[in-house]
Design a protein around this ligand. Structure first.
Ligand SMILES: Cc1cc2nc3c(=O)[nH]c(=O)nc-3n(C[C@H](O)[C@H](O)[C@H](O)COP(=O)(O)OP(=O)(O)OC[C@H]3O[C@@H](n4cnc5c(N)ncnc54)[C@H](O)[C@@H]3O)c2cc1C
Length: 450
């Protein structure tokens, strides 16, 4: 390993798909991971991925042993666990829970098959620079203990939450610190139930409550008698550890009585809009390292693979034009931020509503159907919660006594539309970024719903 066109740090879902696309387009691509090859894919996750991401990217659907369950619907519960919304036909959610190892191994095989060279047990320490440009990485080969460097035209940080390259970039547009409140700390277990699930294709999402204060819990089917279940809460909120919250929840929730834990582990995921710029000189960020996750539930598999396809194409053009500066890589920003990034940013506004509204208000909103299943689907598409005049009048009647809740929902809609428009107008060159950031920051700062 001396010199490559592209060095990708991390063979998670985002890294593998980026590597595959780069190699398919004829770029000499190295894919490095600190894990041994057999453990690629292993990850603390809810394991759910929507079909829509495969349709958008052309990736093959999961097959055979990659599939744990087909998901066709979600029941979304308010804090008091009554009056749940039964969301069906939710294109952006329905899909599968996957066997993480089998799915990850397939993505790795696809990258290798396309021509990417995968190197296992390579712990990357950080970037190497020539002036303000990243020109490679330094690493330790864990099998020999040797420390070395590898040079490349482009370095891709796909190291997930660790963000081992992004953390060491000094640029005003590349955030190397993520606020604690924008990180969901999670604990999840794979559980064998005592009795089979009544609806083995329906996922459950449980908002707020004592089980997940200002956060969420989930129960995703993994076959008819197994589930992936966990809790995620905002970092730094002083709400207790996600593990203790989850264990208390399990005690109370009848589905888990008499169940057996197969595996349990904690993890963290960013839950905010993507970082301001996905590129800097000689470097690009993809997947969790770029905060490409759904701010409501932390789903990051789909956004990361969508971005990986775009990044491969951008790398090909930038290398052909011999321009690996931030400017030369900029179309990764305009294509992702101005495309799927719009949705992620809008969802951050919706997340802020869900975390600011009290449990009592959320319970009331579900009970009186001030919030409808269609709203959740529209919000997830990034569409806001548009209501006709008649519908608005109906909800005003239903909100009697708690009009402020409806007003906050309407404010959310307005801000979601505003941020969507801002992202659609992502600047075409780095010059416009500073102004754009201050505009978006203003929208984010006004998204307070207490
Ligand atoms: C509890 C929990 C539940 C979740 N549930 C879901 C869900 O249901 N659906 C969904 O879509 N998303 C979910 N997510 C988020 C999802 O798991 C991530 O968004 C996604 O896996 C990120 O992919 P990635 O490729 O960016 O990073 P990762 O999958 O984290 O891959 C990063 C890779 O980089 C390697 N690496 C790290 N540091 C180094 C280094 N120094 N040197 C070399 N290699 C390195 C790692 O070994 C790893 O293989 C969940 C996350 C958590 C924590």
């Amino acid at each position: 390993m001396r010199q490559a066109d592209v060095v990708i740090v991390g063979a998670g879902s985002a890294g593998c798909v980026t590597a595959r696309r780069c190699a398919e387009l004829g770029l000499k691509t190295f894919l490095l991971d600190r894990k041994p090859a057999a453990k690629i894919g292993q990850k603390v996750c809810g394991d759910e991925i929507s079909r829509s991401h495969f349709d958008a990217t052309g990736l093959d659907y999961p097959e055979d042993n990659e599939i744990s369950s087909v998901i066709a619907g979600a029941d979304v519960y308010p804090p008091n666990l009554r009056n749940e919304l039964k969301v069906r036909g939710w294109d952006e959610f329905d899909g599968w829970t996957v066997n993480r190892i089998a799915f990850g191994q397939r993505l790795l095989e696809d990258a290798k098959h396309a021509g990417a060279r995968f190197k296992q047990e390579i712990h990357v320490g950080g970037p190497i620079f020539r002036r303000d440009t990243v020109v490679g990485v330094e690493y330790k080969d864990l099998s020999t203990g040797e420390k070395k460097t590898v040079k490349s035209k482009l370095v891709v940080d796909a190291s997930g939450f660790a963000a081992v390259i992004r953390n060491k970039i000094d640029s005003p547009f590349v955030e190397n610190r993520i606020a604690k409140s924008d990180i969901a700390l999670c604990y999840r277990e794979i559980i064998r139930l005592k009795i089979p699930l009544a609806e083995p294709e329906v996922a459950r999402v449980l908002l707020g409550g004592t089980h997940a204060p200002r956060g969420y819990a989930w129960i995703f089917p993994k076959g008819v008698q197994e589930v992936n279940a966990g809790v995620g809460v905002a970092g730094g909120s002083g709400q207790g550890s996600p593990k203790s919250l989850f264990l208390a929840f399990k005690e109370q929730y009848p589905l888990f009585h008499g169940s057996e834990v197969i595996e349990g582990q904690g993890g963290a995921v960013p839950v905010r809009r993507p970082i301001w710029s996905l590129v800097s000189n000689g470097v690009a960020f993809v997947g969790d390292s770029a905060c490409m996750t759904n701010p409501i539930h932390g789903g990051g598999l789909g956004p990361g693979v969508r971005a990986g396809i775009i990044l491969g194409e951008v790398a090909k053009v930038a290398i052909a034009k011999k321009n690996l500066s931030a400017k030369g890589l900029w179309s990764f920003n305009t294509r992702f931020q101005g495309g799927f990034g719009r949705r992620l940013a809008s969802l951050e506004i919706f997340k802020r509503l869900l975390t600011d509204v009290s449990d009592a208000d959320l319970d009331y909103g579900f009970q009186k159907r001030i919030l409808e299943a269609g709203d959740l689907m529209a919000a997830n598409r990034g569409d806001g919660l548009s209501m006709s005049v008649v519908e608005k009048a109906r909800r005003v009647r239903r909100s009697a006594g708690r009009l402020s809740l409806l007003r906050r929902i309407q404010k959310t809609t307005k801000l979601m539309k505003k941020i969507d428009k801002a992202y659609a107008n992502y600047p075409h060159t780095p010059n416009g970024l500073e102004r754009w950031i201050s505009n978006v920051q203003e929208i984010i700062d006004s998204a307070v719903f207490v």
